[in-house]
Design a binder for this molecule. Structure first.
Ligand code: MEV
Length: 438
């Protein structure tokens, strides 16, 4: 054996770890213990997790937290968030509480269309291809019926298939641009299965068609895959109140706050360096809920950032309006989410988190996620334009620093008290712990 291996997947979990410890972790005598301490004692639960993916050796925990008091369209939610970054949940909770007494969040799904493509090349006459496509279009849909039957009966399915000529951008490149309604399912498997069936029908019908014989044209399917860019699957969320109501206690200049807030968002509209960080703050909220509800955060991330760049430069996902003394802050997000299928029925915590949210439909979950993103962005900009983020952030981060320096329970207790009135920095905490040890 060596640092490379054949048949790793066929080894048992212990054998996999033994091999890793022999060739990659041989300097760490604790490696096995670290990995095994995360194994779940409940055999069935461990097996369930082992079966989600391949080659598992342990479990990777993220903390699960709750941001309560979210008033969305008149209903209260306690939102589950799975995230490793300190202060995100505190910020969401703070924003929820702030808006709870100012009318809450409004959210609306604007569209739910999902998209996929059969990408192919064709080297013949474009007009012949158009005629051929029109001839076979109904067959494409008919032959996918065994896949779409159930979805059709629930009111979803294939919406349309359009032939697109992309040869101006790439020689001989065409697409079947296919649109779908997948209801409460994220729909990746459904869409990909339909697309692969379309591809099969397309190729077969082409081989038997006269354009092949007559014009000696060639059609080659390159690939069939859904798109994680879903600009027609959009949710909008907003918060709004009179500018004067933004004040928190005496001495708070609400008008100045609103103006600085507006400028902060405008900066993120025109300056990509700021827009990326601004949107990262949005994604703190979005991803945490996406992960807690068992959805695919990589798909959501990719789609949202493409959407943020749709006008040719990368921009803020949120907008602000100050009009007639009213402050309105809103977000539009492309979100392809599922509340059935995937992990939603099999991961016990995901199931519980969905129950916590009242077993939402996919549209309701889109609204909750958009609200979490908006709340997070509101909290970040509020901190940035008033106190700065470090004060609050470092307070929340204190426990991480204490853990990094190996503080005991007693040292933590003393430090928490001390830093209630002192500025938290990494070196201040280090010095403090060193001092009390002396
Ligand atoms: C930190 O995770 C997120 C922020 O940087 C977002 C922002 O700057 O708007 C605070």
């Amino acid at each position: 054996m060596s640092k490379t291996i054949q048949g790793f997947s066929r080894l048992s979990k212990t054998e996999k770890i033994d091999w890793l410890c022999a060739y990659y972790l041989n300097k760490n005598p604790n490696a096995k213990g670290i990995l095994s301490q995360y194994w779940n004692d409940t055999k069935e639960l461990q097996q369930l997790h082992d079966e989600f993916i391949e080659n598992t050796i342990s479990n990777y925990y993220l903390p699960l937290a709750i941001a309560p008091n979210f008033l969305i369209n008149g209903t209260f939610y306690a939102i589950p968030m799975a995230i490793e970054e300190s202060s995100v949940v505190a910020a969401a909770s703070k924003a929820a509480k702030f808006w709870m007494t100012r009318g809450g969040f409004k959210a609306e799904v604007l569209s739910t269309v999902k998209i996929g493509h059969v990408h192919f090349t064709y080297d013949g006459e474009p007009d012949e291809l158009i005629l051929f496509f029109e001839e076979i279009k109904s067959k494409l849909i008919k032959e996918a019926q065994p896949i779409t039957k159930k979805m059709d009966s629930r009111g979803g399915g294939i919406l349309d298939i359009v032939l697109k000529n992309k040869t101006k951008a790439l020689d001989n490149y065409y697409q079947l641009h296919c649109t779908f309604e997948t209801l409460d399912a994220m729909g990746a498997n459904f869409i990909n299965s339909c697309l692969e069936q379309f591809a099969e029908t397309l190729q077969r019908e082409f081989e038997h068609h006269e354009i092949t014989k007559e014009y000696e044209a060639k059609l080659t399917v390159i690939m069939s895959i859904l798109s994680n860019y879903v600009p027609e699957c959009i949710v909008e969320a907003s918060i709004s109140c009179p500018i004067a109501d933004l004040a928190e206690g005496p001495g708070f200049d609400a008008q100045l706050f609103a103006t600085k807030f507006e400028q902060a968002v405008q900066i993120a509209q025109i300056e990509p360096y700021r827009a990326v960080t601004h949107n990262k703050g949005v994604m703190n909220g979005v991803d945490a809920v996406i992960i807690a509800t068992g959805n695919d955060f990589r798909a959501v991330e990719a789609g949202i950032h493409a959407y943020a760049a749709r006008k040719g430069s990368y921009r803020s996902l949120t907008q602000v309006k100050l009009e007639d003394g009213q402050f309105t802050f809103s977000i539009k997000l492309p979100l392809a989410l599922g509340t059935v299928g995937g992990l939603t029925n099999i991961h016990p915590l995901v199931k519980l988190n969905l129950e916590l949210l009242g077993n939402p439909s996919a549209e309701e979950l889109m609204q909750i996620v958009a609200v979490a993103g908006l709340a997070q962005n509101f909290a970040a900009i509020k901190s940035l334009t008033t106190t700065g983020i470090q004060k609050g952030h470092m307070k929340m981060h204190l426990m991480n620093i204490l853990n990094q320096v190996g503080a005991s329970e007693n040292e933590k207790h003393q430090a928490i008290n001390h830093f209630k009135t002192n500025k938290v920095t990494h070196s201040a905490v280090e010095d403090y712990v060193e001092n009390i040890r002396k």
